[in-house]
Design a protein. Structure first.
Length: 186
């Protein structure tokens, strides 16, 4: 049986959920961003204990279909931008639609309705957070970061970076600002 978990957007979250399941003695098939599949029937596990343990880690068990789909979209965006080496060169709409096996217009409308922002805006926010991370690592040039994040060039990245943060990437790097937004808050 599949269970869906809100705010599960990092490898750390996956490890926390794994520890919770093991502590509760729940056998699972797999754990992925935003979802787990358990071997047991729900009646044989205490969902209240699971909900409580997840809540203590800042996670939430979901049962609303719209919330589940929205969380899946968020997880696809996070995985695409933060855990892939390079962002796929296809249109974001095609990539998300293919991964979700839903019409993009439906997903886009649903996402905006539930979150109050568009999928594209969410992608931009995630790309800027990834750019901040890469700038702080100081291993890649701005040109390499722009390429890695699938921007048309440094100017495009710089313009979006400044719109979101109020700073240019160069100024951000000089300040060595350590303030980043957690993935759960994007």
């Amino acid at each position: 049986m599949k269970l869906y978990i809100k705010h599960m957007v990092s490898l750390h979250c996956k490890m926390s959920v794994k520890a919770i399941l093991e502590e509760l003695g729940v056998d699972y098939v797999y754990i992925d961003l935003g979802e787990i599949e358990i071997k047991e029937n729900t009646n044989s596990i205490d969902l209240n204990m699971l909900k409580s343990a997840l809540h203590n880690c800042g996670l939430e068990l979901m049962d609303d279909k719209k919330a589940i789909l929205t969380e899946k979209i968020k997880n696809i965006i996070v995985e695409m931008i933060h855990y892939e080496n390079y962002i796929p060169k296809v249109k974001n709409s095609e990539y998300i639609s293919e991964k979700m096996n839903y019409d993009y217009n439906y997903l886009s409308t649903l996402f905006s309705e539930v979150t109050g922002i568009t999928i594209e805006h969410s992608i931009i926010l995630n790309k800027i957070e990834r750019a901040k991370e890469l700038l702080l690592y100081d291993e890649l040039s701005l040109t390499q970061i722009a390429d890695k994040l699938n921007y048309s060039g440094v100017a495009h990245l710089s313009n979006q970076f400044k719109k979101v943060t109020g700073l240019t990437p160069s100024f951000f790097k000089k300040l060595k600002l350590k303030k980043r937004v957690s993935l759960e808050d994007i």
